[in-house]
Design a protein around this ligand. Structure first.
Ligand code: HEM
Length: 547
């Protein structure tokens, strides 16, 4: 600090008696300086008290006052999934607390008992919460995917009823058969004939977009039809999902919120894409209302897509719009993501591929004749195992409505983000044993005696495998998703052998809103001689409808 006597020396600019302006400025600066130092000390004290209590479990990343774990977060930003998984595996409770500047305190868990508590036991305390609904709200509005409490409950009741309706399932089967017969098989057949490489991920995403639009909206976007231009609606969904995923991953939410308020950059683009989606769906609602009673497609004279059924129920247009957009978002990329990893894994595990092929072509032994093939246990197991290692939804977060203590003793504060981490859970040795990292279909099967085909292992807890979430908010499309995945897998495998263009490549798992394979899955396809006669599938117990 400067000696006061030096500060008080008269200067040429302040020759008069009394304190000079320079002196006053110095005093003012000093007071500011002291106050600033005191504020810093106080903040440091507060943070160290707060952080000491937060890392008292000793789990989680290295955390410092003020910045929290920002440094290690930044260092690991390209491998967040594996970084979290390593920390969770090292934690005695498989739970960590992540605190960093710019983000709310986050409890991440891979502990099935905690997961059951969050998703079921204390369900009411763990809504999605405002931070989540803020991110998705512009696109999803008040659709089921993006609301809590009464709004969610009412939609859940309504939609559960619709999803269990026979008419919707019949529509799904018809759409799957048509889409496979008219588009997927010809597209792969053409690639096989020409020896062209195809991106399986892209093909499967187009397929599932067509299917979900036909089932939800009752319109065919023709995404997989090479004769038609890529539909604007599909592009709008892609662009909007990408920008929203970036909102979710932004280190500081205030940045995207400011861009939105100013209507600039990616937020301006998002607004435009959302406008396209909203207008397209509202147009459909208006058209469908006009044609009500004129166009029919099921036996009792009603259209059976979700949009038409909701119109019949008399819901307001905006509510219908939001609901169907939620279905499209939920059902669109999830199945294609799982199938992309499934086909890639089979190229690395030809023994499993042979078993699946044997099952879907009816070569599974004596008990197949008794109808056991309808369940397709090996295929089912291979799909479950794929999603254990590569879950379409890599993690999922709730926000604590009130303070709580998780069953493993981790303290949760009001407003904390509480994340259950499907990707990490699939890799925990504490859950799956020492071979957790291996692709092992056997863990889902019990091998039957006397040559009987393997049966599915019963009772794998959804809290240790929350790939479809669990508890009251379990995925509503789980059954529909398995039907679709089994149908596509058996349709493709019976006809084509898939060979990755780069056989040595280990693809990167990208946890966007729905997980993707970075760079897609480029493959060549070979016809397996003549199409192999189909086993009965859950879709059609008597024949192969695609042939
Ligand atoms: C392999 C495929 C699928 C997986 C892994 C999957 C996974 C999930 C997960 C993890 C959730 C919870 C998300 C959250 O609350 O943040 C969820 C919810 C949901 N899923 Fe799926 N899903 C799949 C396919 C589908 C399909 C095909 C549909 C049909 C349209 C669908 C419809 C829904 C709906 C409506 C919800 C919201 C349920 C609620 O909030 O009550 N899903 N799904």
């Amino acid at each position: 600090m400067l000696p006061l006597s030096r500060c008080s020396l008269p200067t040429s600019s302040n020759p008069g008696p009394g304190p000079s302006l320079g002196f006053l400025l110095h005093v003012h600066t000093m007071i500011c300086y002291v106050l600033w130092l005191a504020a810093c000390c106080l903040l440091l004290l507060l943070y160290s008290v707060r952080f000491r209590s937060r890392i008292s479990h000793g789990n989680g990343p290295r955390t410092y006052p003020l910045i929290g774990c920002l440094v290690s977060f930044y260092q690991n930003r390209w491998r967040l999934l594996d970084w979290y998984t390593e920390m969770l595996a090292a934690s005695p409770t498989q739970t960590i607390v992540v605190d960093r500047l710019g983000a709310r305190r986050t409890v991440v868990t891979a502990n099935p008992v905690n997961v059951e508590h969050i998703l079921k036991g204390n369900f009411g305390n763990y809504p999605k919460g405002k931070p989540f609904t803020d991110i998705l709200g512009d696109l999803l509005g008040t659709g089921i995917f993006n609301v809590d409490g009464e709004l969610w409950y009412a939609q859940r009741k309504l939609v559960s009823h619709e999803f269990s309706a026979r008419a919707l399932r019949d529509l799904e089967f018809a759409v799957l058969e048509d889409e496979a017969r008219e588009r997927l098989v010809p597209a792969l057949g053409l690639a096989a004939a020409r020896g062209d490489a195809v991106d399986m991920q892209d093909l499967l995403r187009r397929f599932s977009f067509d299917v979900i639009c036909r089932v939800s909206l009752g319109v065919d976007p023709g995404c997989l039809d090479p004769a038609l231009p890529a539909p604007r609606l599909a592009a709008a969904f892609d662009a909007a999902a990408g920008i929203i995923a970036r909102r979710g991953a932004a280190p500081v939410a205030a940045v995207w919120k400011a861009k939105r308020a100013l209507g600039v950059g990616s937020e301006r683009m998002l607004r435009e894409e959302i406008r396209v989606i909203h207008e397209a769906v509202m147009d459909l609602i208006r058209i469908r209302k006009k044609e009500r009673g004129l166009q029919v497609n099921d036996a009792d004279g009603r259209r059976s897509d979700l949009l038409s059924r909701m119109i019949e129920c008399g819901y307001p247009d905006e509510m219908i719009r939001d609901m169907v957009i939620s279905f499209i978002m939920a059902g669109r990329d999830t199945t294609s993501s799982a199938l992309t990893w499934f086909f890639w894994l089979l190229t690395r595990h030809r023994d499993v591929e042979r078993e699946v092929l044997r099952e879907v072509t009816g070569g599974g032994g004596a008990s197949h004749a008794a109808g056991g093939q309808g369940k397709m246990s090996v295929l089912h197991a291979a799909l479950c195992e794929t999603m254990r290692l590569y879950p379409p939804v890599a993690w999922d977060s709730k926000h604590a409505a009130a303070g709580d203590v998780l069953p493993d003793g981790t303290r949760v504060e009001r407003g904390d983000r509480v994340t259950y981490f499907q990707y990490g859970m699939g890799r925990m040795e504490s859950i799956w044993g020492a071979n957790a990292a291996d692709f092992s279909v056997q863990r889902w099967l019990s091998i039957g005696e006397d040559n009987a085909p393997p049966a599915a292992v019963a009772g794998v807890s959804p809290f240790k495998y929350p790939v479809f979430q669990a508890g009251p908010r379990t995925c509503l499309g789980k059954e529909m998703a398995f039907v679709q995945m089994k149908f596509v897998a058996s349709t493709v495998l019976r006809r084509f052998e898939i060979v990755p263009v780069d056989e040595g490549r280990v693809p990167v798992f990208l946890p966007l809103m729905t997980a993707h394979m970075a760079g897609g899955l480029n493959v060549t396809v070979r016809r397996r001689g003549e199409p192999i006669a189909a086993a009965a599938t859950p879709l059609d117990p008597s024949a192969d409808p695609v042939l």
